[in-house]
Design a binder for this molecule. Structure first.
Ligand SMILES: [Zn+2]
Length: 250
């Protein structure tokens, strides 16, 4: 079972195991922000039903990045709704499974040293049971660029926050001061279970120095709530969240 939590006007968080994805319901037109695990499609349908909508109401699927626990059910949602799947131009190869390094097995060497910890090994079991090692790639992707304002429910603005993956983005719902920041900054460490604003573990960041650099871009944004890919919402400004994450680095 996935838990649904309202986190803004028409904005819903679905905590699907240790991953979050979000629905933005803008007058009956719905954007899916990230798409959970490869096996999350039944939960997407259930969550849509829970807000009085159906797959036909989905008009956009917007991805922060192309890891299998975030692009998960995107292809199923695309096929069922006919809605486009959006991702950053430099992330398209990963989302379609064509880029070098898009295979989930590419993450294994980085993760291996952490797996002696029961909590980290637990993540691997959790992820594997949800289809992590067998992603369904997206066959058609609509690319966007930094600073684009997407013609989707919520009129999301694209903020490039690379490092976790090359084309990772955060998405700003300006009207409500809500930032969907994906895995650029999270409030839960999937490998250690530690909570609080922090970076993802370096084991799963494609380019750790660049991930740290993207904190500058986040800190400048005007928002009052951050909605990460893992963990609870952060109530505060991006600058507050970034300060906490930086404290934990030192
Ligand atoms: Zn990720």
């Amino acid at each position: 079972m996935a838990a649904t939590q309202q986190v803004g006007s028409g904005v819903h968080r679905i905590a699907d195991g240790v991953v979050n994805w979000y629905l933005i319901d803008d007058g009956g037109e719905v954007a899916l922000v990230d798409a959970g695990w490869p096996r999350s499609w039944p939960r997407v349908k259930e969550a849509l039903g829970g807000i009085g909508c159906s797959p036909a109401d989905v008009t956009a699927i917007v991805l922060t990045h192309g890891h299998p626990d975030h692009l998960g059910a995107a292809e199923s949602a695309r096929k069922a709704s006919g809605a486009p799947v959006y991702a950053h131009r430099t992330e398209v190869g990963r989302v379609t499974g064509k880029a070098k390094g898009s295979s989930p097995f590419a993450l294994v060497p980085g993760l291996a040293p952490a797996l002696w910890r029961p909590s980290a090994f637990g993540f691997v079991l959790h992820a594997t049971a949800r289809g992590f090692m067998n992603p369904t790639w997206v066959t058609e992707v609509t690319p966007f660029e930094h600073d684009d304002r997407l013609d989707v429910p919520g009129r999301l603005r694209v903020i490039s926050t690379p490092g976790h993956t090359q084309g990772h983005v955060s998405l700003l719902l300006e009207d409500q001061g809500i930032l969907f920041n994906g895995d650029a900054l999270v409030t839960y460490d999937v490998l250690t279970h530690a909570e609080g604003a922090r970076l993802m573990p370096d084991e799963v960041n494609g380019d750790p120095p660049r991930t740290r650099g993207s904190l500058d871009a986040l800190a400048r944004l005007d928002a009052g709530t951050l909605l990460p890919g893992h963990g609870d919402p952060f109530e505060g400004t991006p600058a507050d969240a970034v300060a906490q994450a930086r404290n934990r680095l030192s």
